[in-house]
Structure formats: structure tokens, C-alpha cells
Design a protein around this ligand. Sequence first.
Ligand SMILES: NC(=O)c1ccc[n+]([C@@H]2O[C@H](COP(=O)([O-])OP(=O)(O)OC[C@H]3O[C@@H](n4cnc5c(N)ncnc54)[C@H](O)[C@@H]3O)[C@@H](O)[C@H]2O)c1
Length: 382
Amino acid sequence: MRVLILGGDGYLGWPTAMNLTARGHWVAVADNYLRRRLCREENVEPLFGVPNLHERCALWESVSEKQIPVFIGDLTDWEFAAEVFRVSKPDAIVHYAEQPAAPYSMLNRRAAALTLNNNLTVTANVIFAVREYCPDAHIVKLGTMGEYGTPDIDIEEGWLEVDHKGRRHKFLYPRQASSLYHTTKIMDTDLLWFYVRMWNLRVTDLMQGPVYGLFTAENENDDRLLPFFNYDEIFGTVLNRFVVQAVAGYPLTVFGKGGQTRGYINIKDSLNCVRLSLENPAQTGELRIFNQFTETFSVNELAERVTHAGNELGLNVKIQHVENPRKEAEDHYYNPKHTGLLDLGLTPHCLDDKTLEQMMRFVMRYKDRITQDQFYRQVKWA
Ligand SMILES: NC(=O)c1ccc[n+]([C@@H]2O[C@H](COP(=O)([O-])OP(=O)(O)OC[C@H]3O[C@@H](n4cnc5c(N)ncnc54)[C@H](O)[C@@H]3O)[C@@H](O)[C@H]2O)c1
């Protein structure tokens, strides 16, 4: 399969590129280094430096003999996006290329405008480029479990059958995001659903929960191939941040009561979900939605897991409840379905002490690079 990865330099994009080429697919990557730029601007650099995308692809070629063409440019620019699609002629597109941080989107008006403009324009350009250059291609788009929010009823996989006054109709499951970033993901889904109906696109929208980890089959023996790893409040996802806090001897910062519950996924499983979706594509004229996580945890439960694993390593980990800068339910019902990807063959890697210890031992090597004021910046929601 010819796969075009948009956002191929990112935390997930780069490991996905290696993973798919290792399994025999042809892959091209496009990125404008937006993520790197925003981290620099906000002074929240990842734990260790990584090579640029050209260098990464050259390194991967030297170990795997797989070539990955690189396109550097901004996918909100139609001329660039059109060129990438025209030259790469993909059978499938993995669309990761968005501003991915909820706290970043809540920083100020400028960050909000960037998130809106970037995320919606890239999605619109992908839709128009597919129609123009590869109308039968399968779009695999990364959404988020955060699109659903935390309703007081079970969360279905994308769709809800509604009985109303004796009649029945299937709708997108009601969505109510808790940040502007998550709201752009809802808008993306609406855009895709509109054009699936208008132009018979084939789309898989993956509602992913927060990802943790950094090791995959392709990078486990070669640090040069690791993804970048943020541990700050803005770009670092919660479990990655807790692991670094544990190593730094900084109390794990649980926001508010800590009952906030979400679905989490190991990076290895995230890559497998994307690959399974590509290899079992949606039908023409179908918007297929999978909930992409393997286990649910409250923040308190995550903090306890990290404390246990850290203490086993002799780290003396402490937990501190801090004022919650976000506006969110801290104690709520949460029961999302997630059978679609399991039915396609996903075998989950569950969170255990071994996984946490492997991450902690790795982070220990970079302990002197940890900047503690990145942990709790208090980006306020209101
Ligand atoms: N990491 C997670 O926990 C998580 C969870 C749920 C959903 N997601 C979604 O998965 C996708 C990938 O997430 P990630 O963690 O790898 O984020 P990331 O920021 O590391 O990767 C996104 C990449 O897209 C690039 N990009 C953004 N806008 C672009 C543009 N206009 N033109 C070209 N390139 C552009 C960025 O530079 C970055 O390299 C995102 O859409 C994110 O919202 C991530």
C-alpha cells in the first residue's frame, strides 16, 4: 500500500512511518515542524533532542534499507498540500497533522486561532486533495476520545441510534468537548462526515485516548530512532509526565480530586490500531469510527501505578493534589465501548510495572536534562 503520513515528524507520525515500512508498505511523510516550533516558543523542549526528519529517514534507511520520501511544508497551504498528494499518489492517508495539545489551545487568543486555523484547514485540504488526486484513497484521521466528553451515559463507538417519537435514526454520537483543541476535532469529524455524504469518501476516524510510552519494535535497540518525548503540562500527556516527575523526585501533580477518567493506550498499540485500520479499510461512502484505547484509568489510579512502580525502583514517589487549572468533571461516570479495533485483531499491551519501569530507567539517563518548572504551568481554562 502507498501510505502518505501527514505529521510524519510527530510523536506518533515518526514511529508510524517506520512501523509501516517495516511491514512492507511504501510510505512518504510530510511535516512543517510546527510541533517543534511551538515547544520552542513556549519553552517546553522535549526530554532529549531528536534528528530532523530528513536525518531520521536517512538513519532509518541505513538500518532498514527502506526509503521514505520527505516533504517539508505547511499543509494549510493548498499549493504545498496539492503537490504532496500529486507526487505521492497515496492509496491511504494517515492524517496526524494538527496542533495536538488541549492546554496549548487554551493559552490565549493567538494559540486558539492557530489551533482552529491549522487543524480545520489541514483537514479541509486533505479532503479536497483526496477528491482531486486520489478519490478512492482511504483517509485515516486521528480524532480523540475527548470529542465525547464525559456524558452520564455509555459512550458508543462513534454512532448512536436515537428513538424519537416513535421513529428511529442513527446520528454521530453527541459530542461535547472540554477544550478548544478537542472542539476542533469535533469540527474535523463533522467536515469529514459532510464530505463522506457529498463525495463518497472512505474515512476512518480514530477516537484515540492519551498515548503513553516511547518504545516500539523499530526503535527499541536504537535511541536515534526514538520519537520526541514531552513531559511538560502543555504538550506532555499525563502518564509520560508522571513518569518523568517520578524520576525527578517531583510530586506527581494530580489536578483536583483526580477522579477524571479517560481511556489510555500504549504507543505500540496506537501504531497497531492505525495499521489495522489501513489494512482493513472503510468502504466507499463510509465514515467508520473506532474508539482507540485499551484501558480506562482515573488520574488517581495512574498516579498510584506510577508510585508503585517508582517505589519498586527505589524512587520514593509522592503524589500531590494541586488546584485544577482545567474546567472538567473530577468525579464522573465513564463507560466507553472499544470493540471495533479488537475485532480487527488488536492485541493490547496493558499498563504494568514492567512497562513503567522500562520508561523510568530510560528517563533516568536524562535526569539532568529535566526542567522542573515545565511540570505545572497552570494553563487556566477559565
Ligand atoms: N499523542 C496523543 O496522546 C494523542 C491522543 C489523541 C489524539 N492524538 C492525535 O494524534 C495526532 C498525532 O499526535 P501526536 O501526539 O503525534 O502530535 P504531534 O504534534 O507530535 O504530531 C503532529 C505533527 O503534525 C505536524 N503538523 C501540524 N500541523 C501541520 C501543518 N499545518 N503542516 C504540516 N505538518 C503539520 C506537527 O509538526 C507534528 O510533527 C494529532 O492529530 C493528535 O491530535 C494524539
